[in-house]
Design a protein around this ligand. Structure first.
Ligand SMILES: Cc1cc2nc3c(=O)[nH]c(=O)nc-3n(C[C@H](O)[C@H](O)[C@H](O)COP(=O)(O)O)c2cc1C
Length: 160
């Protein structure tokens, strides 16, 4: 019973939705929908992202040492859903979503996102079934003003 209460309380933590863009040491680019993201330092500007250890994309962050955060807007729930599946890279796109490699890190910047941050992994820690990567912001790009998609806008959730 307490187990269920814990889950219900954890599910109330609000999150923004991003596609984390990754590129492995072998050059494979990919991305996945992510909501366990937070800024953790002003100077230098650093963020953390928690990546599930059994995911293919985990291996790509681990070997590549970089990631991008691609910010999704309130009309992009379908895109968020697409990137919860394992997708293939083909001709400068992942699952049909085009990207360009970030100039600072090479991590994919998805064209549909309204903003991008490029990050270099500077540390990591074990977080149970996830690895928590500490990324230092290396570049930023605002494509258009928008409001970020959050779990308050959609029935999609991650947590509990
Ligand atoms: C709403 C939502 C949020 C998610 N957030 C995260 C997250 O923060 N970290 C994570 O590792 N996976 C998260 N996922 C799961 C990944 O998006 C999913 O496992 C994806 O398929 C991983 O890509 P891969 O199979 O290509 O590695 C989330 C899924 C959903 C539905």
């Amino acid at each position: 019973m307490e187990e269920q209460t814990r889950s219900e309380i954890l599910k109330t933590i609000p999150y923004g939705f991003y596609i984390t863009g990754v590129i492995g040491a072998n050059g494979e680019a990919n991305g996945f929908t992510t909501c366990w993201v937070s800024q953790v330092s002003f100077e230098p500007q650093q963020v953390i992202v928690a990546v599930r250890k059994d995911q293919h994309t985990h291996d790509l962050v681990e070997s590549g040492g970089v990631f991008s955060l691609n910010f999704l807007d309130t009309a992009q729930e379908d895109l968020a859903r697409k990137f919860t599946q394992t997708l293939e890279q083909e001709n400068g796109a992942v699952g049909g979503s085009p990207y360009t490699p970030g100039e600072a890190t090479g991590a994919p910047l998805f064209e549909e996102a309204f903003a991008h941050l490029e990050c270099r992994v500077v540390d990591k820690m074990e977080g149970g079934d996830h690895t928590v990567y500490l990324g230092e912001v290396a570049a930023a790009n605002l494509r258009r003003p928008a409001d970020i998609l959050t779990d308050l806008d959609t029935p999609m959730d991650y947590g509990g």
